[in-house]
Write a protein that binds this ligand. Structure first.
Ligand code: ADP
Ligand code: MG
Length: 373
């Protein structure tokens, strides 16, 4: 484990009363016939880490650019700390922005790049130097201020961009896929460091990624976007465990989707008919549609004995694949092909070849959802 180089001490806040609340009200953006963002309502509370998660082209960057003021919206309003900022240029919105490609000036040193953000805000020269040096220090680049971007690694450039976004004590940070160019290990390290930095500063963050693991690891709340719209929003575990549609369930990871018909709905619960898997009581978030299915994550299916099982069915094992930390089993049960994932250290599927196999799940792990397509 590499030690964190971003220091977690507080940056002294300037005298502003900024809390860092961001609010989008019915914000839309059209590019000709393309509706990039469609009547978006979104709130980031002070100190909250909110992630826009969606596939490429779902409108994440456009949304962020409208908050930052680099794109003009077609309709709606953006508010920061309760004040509409629609007519303010980016610089006056007091938001720190890290773009997808960092956008560092190649001819300026790291220190000059960070200082530039202060120069734009008319901070006196003498104060500028010191604050820029402090910000570089904070991201672990105190000794590299003299280097040009091309003399820095991808991760270091990313830290310079972060220092530049933080140096003027912004009300909130906007980060657009800031880790996209980094390799996996560095990306995970930066995720933890940015999260620690955000916590220690108590700063609001609007984060953009198409990487569901990254969204799960960092966010207080995930906002799932598709085709310019919000499909679902909630804390990571909630969105993961209780997806409203098959698309959300599949975008966030592997899942078993079992088509069903609804027998009865009563508030948080429903009774559904899973065909060959019988009747089951499942979680219900009230999503309305035409066709329904039940989602059960592979790690929430388990082998059991018929006597112990509440929900479940006799099963036939098709294959088992050891993936290192986990084993993936493919099986059929009640006419459905299912995936079950368990830790490699677990007992494993039917220890003997002739052992009767039964697969089951806990009621609160089965989520009723709408089949979108
Ligand atoms: P994401 O960041 O989620 O990948 P974007 O916000 O970049 O998505 O894009 C959303 C949609 O808007 C896409 O269909 C994209 O092609 C379109 N779009 C983005 N920028 C422009 C532009 N400057 N002109 C025309 N279409 C654009
Ligand atoms: Mg983008």
């Amino acid at each position: 484990m590499t030690a964190s180089v971003i220091s977690a001490g507080p940056i002294p806040r300037s005298g502003s009363a900024a809390q860092g609340a961001i609010e989008l009200r019915q914000v839309s953006k059209n590019y000709g016939d393309v509706i990039a963002v469609d009547q978006l309502d979104l709130t980031v509370r002070p100190g909250e880490f909110v992630t826009l998660l969606g596939p490429s082209g779902s409108g994440k960057t456009t949304t962020m650019m409208m908050v930052a003021g680099f794109e003009e919206h077609t309709a709606g309003s953006v508010l920061i700390d309760g004040t509409p900022v629609d007519s303010l240029p980016p610089r006056e919105r007091n938001l720190g922005v890290v773009f997808q490609n960092y956008a560092l000036f190649p001819h300026m040193s790291a220190l000059e790049n960070v200082e530039f953000a202060l120069r734009m805000r008319k901070v006196p020269r003498a104060e500028r130097r010191q604050r820029a040096a402090d910000a570089l220090d904070r991201v672990g680049l105190g000794k590299m201020g003299g280097r040009k971007p091309r003399q820095l690694s991808g991760g270091q450039q990313q830290r310079v961009a972060l220092a530049r976004a933080l140096v003027f004590n912004p009300a909130a940070l906007l980060l657009d896929e800031p880790m996209a160019a980094l390799d996996k290990r560095l990306r995970e390290q930066m995720q933890e460091e940015i999260k620690a930095l955000q916590k220690s500063l108590g700063i609001s963050v609007l984060f953009v990624t198409h990487d569901q693991d990254e969204a799960m690891a960092m966010s207080d709340r995930i906002v799932v976007m598709r085709d310019g719209k919000i499909i679902q929003s909630g804390p990571p575990e909630e969105v993961y465990n209780h997806p409203l549609t098959d698309w959300v369930a599949s975008f966030l990871g592997d899942t078993n989707l079992i088509p069903c018909t609804i027998v009865e709905r009563n508030g948080e619960e429903a009774v559904v008919d899973l065909g060959g898997l019988g009747l089951a009581r499942v979680r219900d978030r009230g999503a309305d549609g035409v066709n329904y299915a039940v989602s059960i994550r592979p790690e929430h299916l388990k082998f059991s004995t018929q006597a112990a099982a509440g929900n479940g069915c006799a099963a036939t094992l098709l294959s088992s694949t050891n993936l290192g930390a986990t084993v993936r089993h493919r099986l059929t049960a009640g006419g459905h092909e299912l995936q079950l994932r368990e830790l490699s250290s677990a007992r494993g599927a039917g220890s003997g070849p002739d052992e009767d196999l039964w697969v089951g799940w806990d009621e609160d792990r089965a989520q009723l959802l709408v089949l979108e397509s």
